[in-house]
Ligand binder design. Structure first.
Ligand SMILES: C[S@@+](CC[C@H](N)C(=O)[O-])C[C@H]1O[C@@H](n2cnc3c(N)ncnc32)[C@H](O)[C@@H]1O
Length: 212
């Protein structure tokens, strides 16, 4: 899990910056479940980028307090909301313009939602996206496999209880059926490209996708 998190951090960093420099020059970036993500503070964003961070109110309040003395390197917009509820309205209220070129990131999120919740969230993301919008997210694994892996690590028990599985190993298929052209990125191959030794048993990876 730690290995996957290290690789995914770098992979999503690169994805976001490349997407902002690519077709349509998107200037809206939405971090779905930003948590304590510090990308707004540490990445070299192009001029004019607004990074919308959606997460639970208490998480964002803690982050705002903790980073109060640090200047973001873009326009950072905290958007407290429950991603199972009226988050899209709150995002629009915070200045997000549906239909403008946008890059989305759902990092470490879907597993905390049920398949129905994850599907509803991603359908809404599609509705807010113009053709060419991009997203990155985990490829998804069967929750049984994740649980069996995590059972060997007692410290993970508290986290394990929160997992609902998301779209599981159908994430790529679901995205394809809902208007996204997907590309899979295998964890081991990415790690090798970054010069990281790949531990035995490493599997899974990430998806990037383009809408329309
Ligand atoms: C494992 S953390 C990932 C945080 C960050 N994306 C990262 O990878 O470092 C999961 C995040 O999802 C958020 N989260 C889970 N369910 C949520 C919901 N229904 N609405 C908003 N945020 C939620 C949690 O508050 C937490 O910050």
């Amino acid at each position: 899990m730690a290995f996957q998190t290290v690789i995914r951090t770098r992979f999503y960093d690169d994805f976001l910056l490349r997407a902002c420099a690519g077709v349509g020059r998107p200037r809206q970036v939405v971090l779905l479940a930003a948590g304590l993500d510090t990308r707004a503070y540490r990445l070299a964003w192009p001029d004019g980028v607004a990074v919308y961070e959606i997460d639970a109110p208490d998480v964002l309040a803690f982050k705002d307090r903790t980073l109060a003395d640090v200047a973001p390197r873009c326009e950072r917009v905290a958007c407290p909301a429950d991603l199972r509820e009226d988050w899209a309205e709150r995002l629009a209220g915070a200045g997000f313009e549906p239909g403008r070129p946008t890059v989305w990131l759902a990092e470490g999120l879907l597993i905390y939602l049920s398949a129905e919740e994850a599907g509803r969230l991603l359908r809404r993301v599609g509705e807010l996206s113009a053709p060419g919008a991009r997203i990155a997210l985990e490829q998804g694994d069967s929750v049984e496999w994740l649980r069996s892996m995590a059972e060997d690590v007692p410290a993970l028990a508290r986290v394990l209880r929160l997992w609902k599985g998301g779209l599981g190993d159908d994430t790529c298929g679901w995205m394809g059926r809902h208007g996204w052209r997907t590309r899979a990125h295998e964890l081991g191959a990415l790690a090798e490209a970054y010069g990281r030794p790949v531990p035995g048993g490493a599997r899974s990876g990430f998806l990037t996708a383009e809408y329309g």
